[in-house]
Design a protein around this ligand. Structure first.
Ligand code: SAM
Length: 155
C-alpha cells in the first residue's frame, strides 16, 4: 500500500495502529473489541466497521479505539468516556491535540500517556506529522488498604 496523503479527507481513516505498538498494548490489557476498523485492519476478532457504525453500537469488555482522525473524533471520545461509565474499559490511541474541546472534555478525564517520538502508522513510509497519546478509561481496582482502614472500628 502506498503512503496516503494527509490531504485526502479519507486519509483521516487510515492511521492504522503499528502492529508492534498494538501488540505491546494488547499484552498489557487483553483487548476483546476493536470499535472502528475494516476487516483488513481489525485488531480483534470482534470489531465494528463503518457500515455498522461503531458509534451506534454497544461497547463492552476491553475496548481498543483508534478512531478516524477527522471531525468526528470528539464523538468517538465522548462514546469512549460514556462506555467507560457504563462499565467498559477503553483504551484510545489519538493524536495529542491538547488544544481541542474533545481533549479537555474527555481525554483529560482519563489516564493520559504521551508517546515519545512519532508513530509510524501502518502503510505510511514516514513517521506521523503529529504526536500521539494513549488515553485509558478504566475503573481502578479496589484499594485494599483504604477498604481495610474504612472498615476498622473507630476507637
Ligand atoms: C485510524 S483507523 C484504525 C484501524 C484499526 N482499528 C487500527 O487500530 O489499526 C480508523 C478506522 O475506523 C474505521 N471507521 C470509520 N468510521 C467508522 C465508523 N463509523 N464505525 C466503525 N469504524 C469506522 C475506518 O474504516 C478505519 O479503518
Amino acid at each position: 500500500m502506498s503512503a496516503p496523503s494527509v490531504h485526502f479527507s479519507s486519509a483521516t481513516d487510515l492511521w492504522a495502529t503499528p502492529d508492534d505498538f498494538f501488540a505491546a498494548q494488547h499484552k498489557k490489557h487483553g483487548f476483546t473489541l476493536d470499535v472502528c476498523a475494516t476487516p483488513e485492519n481489525a485488531k480483534c476478532a470482534d470489531y465494528f466497521t463503518k457500515e455498522q457504525d461503531g458509534l451506534k453500537q454497544l461497547w463492552q469488555g476491553v475496548v481498543w479505539m483508534n478512531p478516524p482522525y477527522g471531525r468526528t473524533i470528539g464523538n468517538w471520545m465522548r462514546k469512549a468516556y460514556e462506555s467507560f461509565q457504563d462499565g467498559a474499559k477503553v483504551v484510545c490511541l489519538v493524536p495529542a491535540r491538547t488544544d481541542t474541546a474533545w481533549w479537555h472534555d474527555y481525554a483529560m478525564k482519563g489516564r493520559i500517556e504521551f508517546i515519545r517520538g512519532r508513530l509510524k502508522f501502518g502503510g505510511h513510509k514516514n513517521s506521523a506529522p503529529f504526536p500521539s497519546a494513549l488515553v485509558g478509561f478504566e475503573h481502578p481496582g479496589i484499594d485494599i488498604d483504604r477498604v481495610h482502614f474504612r472498615s476498622k472500628p473507630t476507637a
